[in-house]
Ligand binder design. Structure first.
Ligand SMILES: O=C(O)/C=C/C(=O)CC(=O)C(=O)O
Ligand SMILES: [Mg+2]
Length: 218
C-alpha cells in the first residue's frame, strides 16, 4: 500500500470541523451574540474543491457568501487533548473558504434547524495547498484577506479569534476524536458578502499563500 501524504489531506476523506462566530466583528455584522463557548458544525469531505475547479452555487440558493478562514490540519490524532499539548497535534495549515448559502442558513436559523444545506454542499470548502506548520510560526497572529473581482472584502487577523487554536483543539477533542488528516476551520472575520456567478475570488494568508476560484452555477 502506498503511504498517504498529509500534503494531500483533502483526499483522505477525513472530517471537516467548522467553528462559527469565532470573531466578534463577524458575529456583530450578522447581528449575533458573542458566543461564550465554541459553536461547531461539520462539512463532509465532498465539500472540498481545489484550485482549477469552480465553486458551484447550489441550485436552491440566491445568496451565496464567502467566508475566508484559517484551516488547521491535524497531524496526530487524539481524544481529550489538553490545551497545553494541542499544538503537538497540528501538522500544518490551509487557507479555506467556508462558502455559505446565507439565505438557506437564515431559514434554518428561523426554524431552529441544522445548517447542513447551507454549509455542507459540494464545493462549499475551497482549500489551498497544504502549508507545513513551520511556515506559520504564530498562527494566532496572521492576516487573512479575500477579494472579489479585485475588490477587497475581508481583511482580518487571527489575533481577533475569540477561542484560540489550542483551546479549540482541546474543546473539540473532548467529544470528537481527532484523526490525522482532519481539518478545523477556525471561523471568519467580518466582511462576508454575496458572490455572483462568474465572479473571481482571490484569497490569501499574508505572504504565505494565495489561491483563486471562479464561481459557477451548479
Ligand atoms: O449565525 C449566523 O448568522 C452565521 C454564522 C456563521 O455562518 C458562522 C461561521 O461560519 C463563521 O463565523 O465562520
Ligand atoms: Mg465560517
Amino acid at each position: 500500500m502506498t503511504a498517504r501524504n498529509i500534503s494531500q489531506f483533502w483526499e483522505w476523506g477525513r472530517k471537516i470541523i467548522c467553528v462559527g462566530r469565532n470573531y466578534a466583528d463577524h458575529a456583530k455584522e450578522l447581528k449575533n451574540a458573542i458566543p461564550t463557548e465554541p459553536i461547531l458544525f461539520l462539512k463532509p469531505p465532498s465539500a472540498y474543491v481545489r484550485e482549477g475547479s469552480s465553486i458551484l452555487v447550489p441550485r436552491y440558493s440566491n445568496n451565496l457568501h464567502h467566508e475566508v478562514e484559517l484551516g488547521v490540519v491535524i497531524g496526530k490524532g487524539g481524544t481529550a487533548i489538553p490545551e497545553s499539548a494541542a499544538m503537538e497535534h497540528v501538522a500544518g495549515y490551509a487557507l479555506c473558504l467556508d462558502m455559505t448559502a446565507r439565505d438557506v442558513q437564515d431559514v434554518c436559523k428561523s426554524k431552529g434547524l441544522p445548517w447542513t444545506r447551507a454549509k455542507a454542499f459540494n464545493t462549499s470548502c475551497p482549500v489551498s495547498e497544504f502549508i507545513p506548520k513551520e511556515r506559520i510560526p504564530d498562527p494566532g497572529n496572521v492576516t487573512l484577506w479575500l477579494k472579489v473581482n479585485d475588490q477587497l472584502r475581508q481583511n482580518g487577523c487571527t489575533s481577533q479569534m475569540i477561542f484560540s487554536i489550542p483551546y479549540l483543539i482541546s474543546y473539540i477533542s473532548e467529544f470528537i476524536t481527532l484523526e490525522e488528516g482532519d481539518l478545523i476551520l477556525t471561523g471568519t472575520p467580518k466582511g462576508v458578502s454575496a458572490v455572483q456567478v462568474h465572479d473571481q475570488l482571490q484569497a490569501g494568508i499574508q505572504d504565505v499563500v494565495t489561491m483563486s476560484f471562479r464561481v459557477d452555477r451548479q
